[in-house]
Design a protein around this ligand. Structure first.
Ligand code: ATP
Length: 475
């Protein structure tokens, strides 16, 4: 097993020499084996390891014991350890999401904090080849499209570095054997056996058959995952290029295309163009809607085979309307006008965390270094330690003024809107970031303010990213 992993790491250049690596360790066999493996190889790569265990507090005393188990193991081997405890029910309540999603979000937030604190290059996770088969089968059975059919990436950007998955080339059985040989007796999470969980049903009923047919099936799935991702990236770039000549008109909530120009292109690009249009209008939200091939096929069939005019309704209020050669894609226009409002009240931001407003969401991150990339109009950074209270989102009020960044005096918000030719409806829907004294700090997509500006003395930065289809532009 060690040789397989070593080759996989080299092939994908996963570990730079001298790297600082945070390892996500739950106490289960996969991540314990990963931690032990990297520890054994620490001198060869000259790496610094930090084990990070997150207690989700979902299995009471048991999950606390998992954390203590990992901590004791680390003490025994002289590995740096970071234990994090997160309040999953609170995240569920704040964001109205399921327990699995809240646990995942909280866990990744905790990983990110440790990555930043340790100035780490990578976060290593213990996903293995069998996990990859399950992931890809589940995505295929669900009917995913394009790159969404690939499995988990071997490497992807995360926080100030990368997530890496060095064990994707080996099986669960190999890992268990490795633990056994190393004398590691990992903790077992009983929820891994519950058939109420989709992944576990695939593991129990489908994997044994595939492994019987080909014991190296995990390598075939892994290769396929990499190929699907590469092919998709290439085809998507061609589709993106072609789309410029197919789109007749475009705003953040509305896209008009020429049907004739669409169906004049090769079918694989047609599918990808529809996918890009849906992704754009859904603003990368509702992945379940735009990654599903069924909707893409439905629209294409209607446009290329049938001649009928009329309308089609896709999930989450996306309307597709056809008239002669033109096809309109309109996202929640009415809905946007009527419900994009947080009323006269203010919405308090979760810092750090994700705040959802109707048709918009704001991600707040506390970071320790100023990003080297220039900021997009949907991003804002201020001095976290200068803030004295919470921040809020609200709509505009008569007489609102902003002191723009780098200016001494203030300007009327109304004039800022007029300068940028923002129409009246959009002005009413625009969101403003204000402090607890109701002073405007930032007008997303329009102007950053002078308040709490970053200086050479700033130690901690608050970075806000807003995503919305309701006003401004999406990125
Ligand atoms: N509570 C946690 N704390 C730290 N890392 C975690 C935690 N849960 C999961 N991870 C990381 O994410 C990877 C995948 O998690 P998942 O729950 O899918 O795996 P698993 O099959 O339970 O793995 P393991 O055998 O390591 O528990 C783990 O191998 C580990 O690296």
């Amino acid at each position: 097993m060690e040789n397989m992993v070593e080759r996989f790491i080299q092939k994908h250049r996963l570990i730079p020499k001298g790297a600082t690596i945070v390892v996500g360790v739950s106490g289960g066999p996969d991540s314990m084996a990963l931690l032990y493996f990297l520890h054994q190889r620490r001198q060869f790569w000259n790496i610094k390891l930090i084990a990070c265990c997150v207690d989700h507090q979902l299995r009471g005393e048991d999950s606390r014991k998992d954390l203590l188990f990992v901590e004791t193991f680390c003490q025994q081997y002289g590995i740096a350890f970071e234990g994090k405890t997160i309040d999953v029910p609170q995240i569920m309540q704040d964001m109205g999401i399921s327990v699995e999603t809240a646990a995942r979000l909280g866990r990744y937030q905790a990983f990110e904090e440790v990555m930043v604190k340790q100035q780490a290059d990578c976060l290593a996770l213990g996903h293995h080849g069998d996990d990859q088969i399950e992931t890809m089968l589940m995505r295929q059975v669900r009917g995913s499209f394009g790159a969404a059919r690939a499995g988990m990436p071997v490497q992807r950007t995360f926080a100030n570095g990368y997530i890496i998955r060095p064990f994707l080339s080996v099986t669960k059985e190999q890992i268990e054997q490795y633990c056994h040989n190393a004398g590691i007796v990992p903790r077992i999470d009983p929820s891994n056996f519950s058939e109420a969980i989709t992944r576990n049903r695939f593991r129990k009923h489908v994997l044994p058959f595939l492994k019987q047919e080909n014991p190296l099936v995990h390598l075939r799935f892994q290769e396929d995952s990499e190929r699907i991702r590469d092919d998709s990236l290439y085809l998507d770039s061609l589709a993106q290029e072609k789309l410029q000549s197919v789109v007749v008109e475009q705003s953040t909530t509305h896209m008009v295309i020429s049907i004739r120009r669409l169906i004049d292109t090769p079918i694989p690009l047609q599918r990808r163009m529809i996918h890009l249009i849906l992704k754009y209008l859904y603003n990368h939200d509702h992945k379940e809607a735009y990654h599903q091939s069924i909707h893409i096929e439905e629209v294409l069939y209607w446009l290329s085979v049938t001649k009928s005019s009329g309308e089609r309704h896709l999930p989450k209020g996306l309307l597709v309307k056809r008239s002669y050669d033109l096809c309109h894609f309109i996202i929640g226009k009415e809905e946007a006008r009527q419900t994009f409002s947080i009323g006269s009240s203010k919405l308090r931001l979760t810092i750090p965390g994700l705040t959802k407003a109707p048709l918009a969401r704001v991600l707040a991150e506390v970071i320790h270094t100023y990003p080297t990339d220039s900021l997009n109009p949907n991003e804002f950074i201020c001095d976290f330690d200068l803030l004295e209270g919470p921040l809020y989102l609200r709509h505009r009020k008569p007489g609102d003024r902003l002191r723009p960044l780098g200016m001494k005096g203030t300007k009327k918000v109304k004039d800022l809107f007029i300068d940028k030719k923002i129409d009246r409806q959009d002005r009413d829907r625009w969101l403003f970031l204000v402090d607890q004294g109701d002073q405007i700090v930032w007008i997303p997509f329009l102007r950053r303010g002078e308040l709490y500006r970053v200086t050479s003395r700033t130690k901690r930065f608050l970075k806000l990213t807003i995503e919305t289809t309701a006003f401004g532009r999406t990125f």
